[in-house]
Write a protein that binds this ligand. Sequence first.
Ligand code: ZN
Length: 232
Amino acid sequence: MGKKAQISSVLRNTNKPALSAQDLANELDVSVNTINNHVSEMVENGRIETAQIGNAAAYYIPFDDLPPHKKPEHTCHKCGHTTDGYDFAKVEYDTYFEDGSTEESIADFYILCRPCYSDFVSWAYGDIGSMQEYPRVHSYDISEKQLFELRDDPDVPTTPDLASLDDDRREVYDLIAELGGDEGITLREIQSRADEHQEIFVPKKSTLRKLSEQGYLYKTLGGVSMKYIAAK
Ligand SMILES: [Zn+2]
C-alpha cells in the first residue's frame, strides 16, 4: 500500500475526528516531512480535508465533500458509495475536537452504508480492532461494485468464520470455492461437472440458501440463473 493509501486508511480508521501530521507520522512511523509531502497533494485532490486546530493543521476524510447537485440522498457520507436501495443507516453522533479549545460538540446526521455503519458501531463500542473487517460482508445488501472492491482489497478481511461451519456446509463451501473461484458457478454447471466427475456432488438448494444468508456464499445473476461465489 502506498503512503497516500496508508494515510487514507489511518484517517478512515481513527476514532478521532481529525489527525495532525504529527499524529499521522507517529501512526505510520515516518517523518512529519514525509506526511506533509503527501497530504498537501491529497488535500488538493480532495481525497482528504484539512482544518486548522490550534496551531496545527489536522486532516480528515471528507464527510460532505460532494456538491449538493452531485449528492443523491443515499450516498454514504463516509466512503461515498451509493446506498440507494441498499443497506444503509442514518446515524446521529457528536463530533468534537480534542484540542482543549472551547469548541462545542456538534451533533450531526450522517447516512452510512452498511460497512461504514459496521465501522461506526465498532468504534462506538470501543472495538477499534473490528473496524475495516467485514466477515459477513457477502450477506450485506450492498452494491456488487462495493462488495467486490472490499473483497479485492487485501487490507480488508472479508472471509467469514469458516471454523464455525459444520462438515456438510463446509464441504459445500469448499466445492463452490474450488469450482467457482472468483467467477462463480451455477447449479446447472455444477450438475454437469458432477455428471463427469464422481467426486463432485450437487449441493442442496437449502444449504446454498443458508450459506448465502450467513455470508459464506454470494449469489449473483449469471445469465439466466443464479451463480454462487464463495466468500473469501
Ligand atoms: Zn460507506
